[in-house]
Ligand binder design. Structure first.
Ligand code: UDP
Length: 381
């Protein structure tokens, strides 16, 4: 099957890491079209021998929070790109839109080329994340132009339907992972801690772009309720113009006198080694998380996880069986769970082990890619 994948940016977020895994089985006959070469995605796709091309020559002005007028104004700017994608898509059986802006372009291109469109929805379509106009645009285009909408969790599916999306179009397909990649790093626990100069400390890792809704400030605040030897590792950088938040986090650390207990490591491509070096992985989003790759990755690494109880995270973690869920935006409760894990290492290890076994089966890439293949085959049939 020949698939034209579309992604609006070249940055590496969860949606893009998922795209790499989705596109892999089609690498002999697919193309990933990017609308910008503004990050490492192009290079990562090339490394995996997945054909990739940058299709746009200028950045798209419209943003998640844009109004209707701004959205309409950007249509003129998009028309050469839409024409290019429509022409290109004649060579493919199907257009696969991986992001919101990719849907806009893919929907109109599919109208002209009469190729079926699959929309892979990685976001909770609600006003926590998008302007009302943008939610409406996504739902309207999906309802009218998409043959299928793949949602990455039941929470994402429910939000799509709540926003007016057609339930009959949707299928929930979780992100897939290769467990072997996460389980071959056992020796690195001590080595990475030595490199970081943090031997003997209880490390709580947070792996996410620095963004207000990802709630790194909640973890920093939670340290006040934890023993003194607990250190937070913040792995990730601001991806989408959130420098003010980064500044705010540094100020918070200063004000609370936590400079020795918070490390900012920036964006890292060795997430697995860092996760293995952690005693606990914390997920602290204050708005519902669509899926939460980091939660599954931590489980696959055999690391215990505490996650914010909202959105897709609720489908991944079961308290006291595969991790712990805490109310979003509650640093005290988070601090209590961190302290409990610190005090009960054996019990915590048992939970982490159970989570690892379950996640290795439930989110295995081969199973997930098979689900996608069936959906795509049905779509073109
Ligand atoms: N990640 C990474 N380097 C970093 C921070 C995060 O590669 O420095 C990865 C992380 O391992 C995960 C993805 O970025 O696979 C984030 O996905 P998630 O679903 O957790 O959040 P999203 O970015 O989609 O909101």
């Amino acid at each position: 099957m020949k698939v034209l994948f579309l992604n609006h940016c070249g940055k590496l977020g969860g949606a893009e890491l998922c795209l790499i895994n989705t596109a892999k089985p089609y690498r002999d006959s697919c193309l990933v079209g990017l609308f910008a070469d503004d990050g490492p995605l192009y290079h990562w796709l090339e490394q995996q021998h997945i054909p990739v091309q940058v299709l746009a020559t200028q950045p798209i002005g419209v943003r998640k929070e844009s109004s209707l007028l701004q959205g309409l104004a950007s249509l003129g700017q998009l028309s050469p790109l839409i024409a290019k994608v429509a022409l290109l898509s004649h060579e493919y059986d199907l257009i696969f839109a991986n992001t919101h802006k990719a849907l806009v372009v893919g929907a109109l291109a599919s109208l002209f080329s009469r190729r079926p469109l699959v929309y892979c929805l990685h976001d909770i379509l609600s006003e926590d994340h998008f302007s009302r106009t943008n939610c409406r645009i996504a739902v309207t285009l999906a309802n009218h132009f998409a043959s299928r909408v793949i949602t990455n969790s039941k929470a994402t599916q429910a939000a799509f339907v709540q926003a007016g999306g057609r339930p009959d179009l949707t299928d929930v397909v979780y992100n897939g992972f290769e467990p072997e990649i996460y389980q071959s790093h056992k020796v690195e626990y001590r080595h990475m801690r030595q490199q970081l100069g943090l031997e003997g400390r209880f490390l709580v890792g947070h792996f996410s772009r620095l963004s207000t809704w990802k709630g790194q400030h909640i973890l920093i605040e939670a340290l006040r309720y934890c023993p003194e030897d607990v250190v937070a590792l913040l792995v990730g950088d601001a991806l989408f113009d959130e420098q003010d938040y980064v500044q705010q986090l540094h100020e918070q650390v200063s004000v609370l006198g936590l400079k020795e207990r918070v490390r900012f490591l920036g964006f890292r491509s060795d997430v697995v080694s860092l996760m293995v070096a952690c005693d606990l992985v914390a997920h602290t989003s204050i708005a519902p998380e669509p899926f939460g790759r980091v939660i599954v990755e931590a489980m696959l690494c055999g690391r215990p996880v505490v996650a914010a109880q909202a959105g897709g995270a609720v489908e991944l973690v079961e308290t006291d069986r595969t991790g712990w869920l805490v109310p979003p935006g509650d640093p005290q409760r988070l601090g209590e769970v961190i302290s409990a894990c610190h005090n009960q290492p054996e019990y915590t290890a048992t939970i982490a082990y159970q989570a690892q076994i379950q996640a290795s089966q439930r989110f295995h890439l081969s199973v997930i890619n098979q689900q996608i293949a069936q959906l795509l085959c049905r779509t073109i049939a």
